[in-house]
Design a protein around this ligand. Structure first.
Ligand SMILES: [Zn+2]
Length: 301
């Protein structure tokens, strides 16, 4: 009882503080942690862009309450209406805030593959999220699917702002969409870039991901808002690329030598990344994932 009384005022006092990345471009930096009640699902970066006629939100976050805080933070900066929400990919911590904006008439845009993945996985993801975060944190959260999709690289003007929506195939997920704001040169990478935090490969195709990052390096980016980790120079995209390449090299070498996944797990350390967040939890899962990708690849041959 004492705890619940103690927590109430703190919960009401919560708020999100956006970091200004460029004029009219802001990021919310999530915690580099696994999903937990203590972080309320706030484990990814997101952001918003203020155009001449309205606001574009990139990833509304893990639940209704979070999306509400996103709007409150926007309201401290501009009274302009939110016109568009862009889901960078179908992970629940990115998209379960959709409904908060959808029920206010905001269009929700995603890659076609994100819409499909959400239709097949979102209910399960929602249940998992509910199990970890609990009903109080997830209160009011309803799944809302994107009602506008893009299938290929698209340039569009939204709220007077020129955006490039880029997709380089299946990388972090099947529906990765990267948002490049042409005016500022700020790139919102979604799950494709993770800095100082081990990326999650649960739905990934590692070779596609490496390829996507190499193509992203060709874009005229001035500032990078990664999916996890601090806002940085675009050159730091290389750090995610290096981790993925090291992971692939390690697993591929031992897979080709006939090593079992269990034996591989005993010697799959990548010491250069031990200081990254989630190393002990996520790196072994990534090793297993890449091993099974290679198995599948061989079967399909
Ligand atoms: Zn993700």
């Amino acid at each position: 009882m004492f705890l619940s009384f103690g927590l109430l005022p703190a919960a009401h006092a919560r708020g999100l503080t956006p970091q200004q990345v460029a004029p009219d471009v802001y990021a919310f930096i999530g915690k580099r942690e696994a999903l937990a009640q203590a972080n309320r699902g706030d484990i990814i970066n997101s952001g918003f862009i203020v155009g001449t006629t309205g606001v574009i939100v990139i990833d509304p976050g893990p639940n209704y309450a979070h999306a509400e805080l996103v709007l409150a933070a926007i309201r401290k900066i501009t009274p302009k209406p939110v016109l568009l929400v862009i889901d960078t990919h179908p992970h629940p911590e990115n998209v379960l805030g959709n409904d908060f904006f959808a029920r206010r008439g905001v269009t929700i845009l995603a890659h076609t593959q994100t819409q499909q993945a959400m239709r097949s996985r979102c209910e399960m993801c929602y249940e998992n999220m509910l199990k970890v975060l609990g009903e109080k944190i997830m209160a009011g959260t309803v799944i809302a699917y994107p009602n506008m999709t893009v299938n290929e690289n698209s340039d569009m003007t939204v709220a007077g702002r020129e955006l490039s929506l880029l997709n380089y195939g299946w990388g972090h997920t099947e529906g990765d969409l990267v948002v490049l704001d042409r005016t500022s040169g700020v790139l919102f990478s979604g799950g494709l870039v993770s800095l100082a935090s081990i990326p999650v490969l649960q739905q990934a195709k590692i070779k596609g991901w490496i390829n996507a990052l190499k193509q992203l390096q060709q874009q005229p980016v001035k500032k990078l808002v990664p999916g996890n980790g601090p806002v940085s120079n675009p050159e730091r995209l290389q750090e995610t690329l290096d981790y993925l390449q090291s992971l692939l090299d390690l697993v591929e070498r031992q897979y080709n030598a006939g090593m079992s996944v269990l034996d591989l797990l005993k010697q799959a350390e990548l010491p250069a990344y031990k200081k990254w967040a989630l190393y002990s939890e996520q790196h072994p899962l990534n090793v297993q994932h890449v091993y099974s990708e290679l198995e599948r690849e061989e079967l399909e041959k």
